[in-house]
Design a protein around this ligand. Structure first.
Ligand code: PDD
Length: 290
């Protein structure tokens, strides 16, 4: 029999079947919560400080008190890795505005309601050796129908879930979201990049996209390796005419994209820039893993 996962709920480490959250929790009723996904390689946390900082920012943008400081968060993440014996995988963390005891659109009075803090692990042995990195992803384009504060990492993931389903139904792996203007924002759960003439192009930071932690690291490594980087919006048509494309996220690292809406990029195989960045990102981020 498989050992049950140990999850964290508000200070307790419990078998997953014993963990509960109230039906009045604002995360459940209003999607009033934020989350982070941190990957684990070789039992160590990748880009932990970046995720901890973005969590602080998401909470503060929603006027939520931060219940745990960076060191307390790190200790809980490490304890989750230890208790669940995670070598490679992910740690999911969610903080909601908690259970005010009833349903009400207004936020509870500050200090009256404890936030809900939940963590769980996902074991993914060999995460960094994903076979998809060799074949690449097929993406489709879909309208971006999300709200206007995509820079806050909220648990409001219905549209990205629908986007994944649209991709699946179309026989693709993922979807890139496109504004009315034709400009690409990002993937359903990753940041989007194209490469043309050796130059890497990815959307500039604003409220329109999530400020990816992997994005920040990858762009830094690309510049250190003297690669040309341009942070600006690009259209879906420009993307289809690119030499190559890729996405980044905490769970996928750097993942090549080989076709968009059925249009093959280059020779239809993962491109050299994506492959090189994946290698650099994995090497460098393992060095600073904690
Ligand atoms: N998703 N954009 C969106 C919309 C995302 O949901 C994510 C992350 C990213 C990449 O951010 P980062 O590099 O910090 O992971 C960009 C996570 C992995 C998820 O929802 O599972």
């Amino acid at each position: 029999m498989a050992m049950s996962r140990i999850v964290y709920v508000n200070g307790d480490y419990l078998p997953e079947e014993d963990a509960t959250v109230s039906v009045f929790d604002r995360g459940f009723l209003m999607a009033d919560g934020v989350y982070e996904v941190t990957s684990v390689l070789g039992g160590k946390l990748i880009d932990f400080d970046g995720h901890a900082k973005r969590l602080e920012r998401s909470l503060s943008e929603l006027e939520m008190e931060s219940p745990l400081d960076r060191d307390a968060l790190l200790a809980i993440h490490r304890e989750m890795v230890r208790r669940n014996d995670i070598t490679d995988g992910m740690i999911y963390l969610q903080i909601t505005r908690g259970n005010p005891g009833d349903r009400d659109f207004a936020f509870p009075e500050p200090g009256s309601t404890a936030p809900t803090v939940v963590l769980f692990t996902q074991s993914k042995p060999g995460l960094a050796q994903s076979p998809q990195a060799q074949t690449g992803l097929k993406v489709i384009s879909i309208d971006d129908l999300r709200w206007g504060r995509r820079d806050i990492k909220t648990v409001q993931l219905l549209y990205p879930s629908m986007g994944k389903m649209m991709a699946k139904k179309a026989g693709a792996d993922d979807a890139w979201m496109v504004e009315e203007s034709g400009l690409v924002t990002e993937g359903t759960s990753n940041n989007a990049y194209i490469v043309k003439g050796g130059r890497i192009v990815t959307r500039n930071l604003s409220n329109d996209i999530l400020h990816g932690i992997t994005r920040a690291a990858v762009l830094r490594f690309a510049r250190e390796a003297q690669m040309e980087v341009e942070e600006r919006a690009f259209t879906i048509d420009e993307a289809k005419a690119a030499d190559e494309a890729f996405v980044t996220s905490a769970s996928a690292f750097v993942m090549p994209v080989v076709s968009i809406d059925g249009t093959r990029l280059g020779d239809g195989k993962p491109g050299p820039v994506a492959a090189r960045l994946r290698e650099i990102y994995l090497d460098e981020s393992l060095k600073t893993a904690i």
